[in-house]
Write a protein that binds this ligand. Structure first.
Ligand code: NDP
Length: 321
């Protein structure tokens, strides 16, 4: 493992780098990065660098590992991936709009990522091979266990949304043995393509509905311990409505919003005031990041410093908004 000391001016976790910065890349350490467009909202560098800092206290090999963020637009991805690989980056996270486009550049894809049809984690092996993984579903599973003690096996779940995050969630729910999955989306087109892509087993029931036409009997079949997950982007703006009405919801339910900023969306507020247990998506963000870091480093990853770093940055942003 490379343990050369970093030299030169090291960009901080809050720096937004661009592909041109790779031309004079002079950091000899083990580099990781997130690529997206836009990327200014991403707090991945702070989360990963906090974990790496803690890991380096116990293992000097991690002293020269750093995580950066790059603003890379759609047309630049292929060329950039070749540059990151050539410069010896260990791996990358991908966010909007690259998760699907990157599939073409892979030499190998993990089976769950293939089923989802998108990757959020790339690994560059020493032989130049590029591998793709998707850690979103695993991050969500871990978050649901930690926040609610919710076991996916046998679980009854209402999933809102049919975009990339919903796809990762639905795939994980079915792979881990949920018994009943209802998926609601605003538009039918993406919903149908998601339903077609899923592979439930014979015992698993998968049904769909449109958000503006919730079947009146939807909640009748659901007893206590039902989970509702918001994987739509409705709620990102503080004035957004809730994609779901919780007024008829059975007691003992749980609501998870993948959105973490704002910390409490209208969806979560409605769920909370109707007596449900609630959690925002910070735990999913941290656990999917921890899973990626585990893949890159092959080591146990401490999540406490990741949570602390994430909360610190979000609070700072709130105070300076
Ligand atoms: P996509 O763009 O792929 O999908 C967006 C989804 O939101 C679609 O189902 C879309 O419906 C729905 N939607 C958008 N606007 C509205 C609206 N006004 N009313 C109702 N539904 C709407 O995004 P992603 O799947 O990548 O992300 C979804 C959410 O999950 C985002 O908020 C994202 O920040 C969050 N996320 C959180 C993660 C975490 O770690 N916490 C990880 C990944 C995502 P339609 O098909 O009709 O357009």
């Amino acid at each position: 493992m490379n343990s050369t000391k970093l030299t030169g001016k090291l960009p901080g976790s809050d720096a937004i780098l661009v592909p041109e910065d790779l031309r004079n890349w002079s950091f000899p350490g083990s580099c990781l990065a997130v690529l997206g467009h836009p990327i200014g909202h991403s707090i991945s560098p702070q989360i990963h660098n906090a974990a790496l800092g803690e890991m380096s206290r116990h293992n000097v090999d991690f002293r020269d590992w750093r995580y950066f963020r790059f603003d890379v637009s759609s047309g630049q991805l292929k060329e950039c991936l070749a540059m990151f690989s050539k410069l010896g980056f260990r791996g990358l996270n991908l966010t909007i709009p690259h998760k699907v486009e990157a599939l073409e550049a892979l030499d190998w894809i993990d089976s769950e990522a293939a089923e989802i049809g998108a990757v959020n984690t790339l690994v560059f092996r020493e032989n130049g091979r590029c591998e793709g993984y998707n850690t979103d579903g695993q991050g969500l599973e871990r978050a649901l266990k930690e926040n609610f003690g919710f076991p996916l096996r046998g679980g009854k779940i209402i999933l809102l949304g049919a975009g990339g995050a919903a796809r990762a969630a639905a795939t994980r729910f079915l792979r881990e043995g949920c018994s009943e999955l209802w998926i609601g989306n605003r538009s039918s087109e993406r919903m149908e393509s998601l339903i077609k892509a899923l592979a439930p087993n014979k015992e698993q029931k998968v049904q769909s509905f449109l958000l503006d036409n919730v079947p009146p009997n939807l909640l009748l079949s659901f007893g206590p311990s039902t989970l509702v997950v918001n994987a739509t982007s409705l709620g990102l703006a503080p004035e957004d409505d809730s994609p779901f009405d919780f007024s008829q919801f059975p007691e003992g339910g749980m609501a998870y919003d993948m959105i973490y900023n704002p910390a409490e969306t209208t969806f979560l507020r409605n769920a909370r005031t109707n007596g449900l247990q609630v959690s925002n998506g910070l735990s999913m963000l941290v656990h999917q990041a921890a899973r990626s870091l585990r893949i890159w480093t092959g080591s146990e990853v401490p999540v406490e410093p990741m949570f602390a770093a994430a909360k610190g940055v979000l609070e700072e942003r709130l105070n300076t908004a």
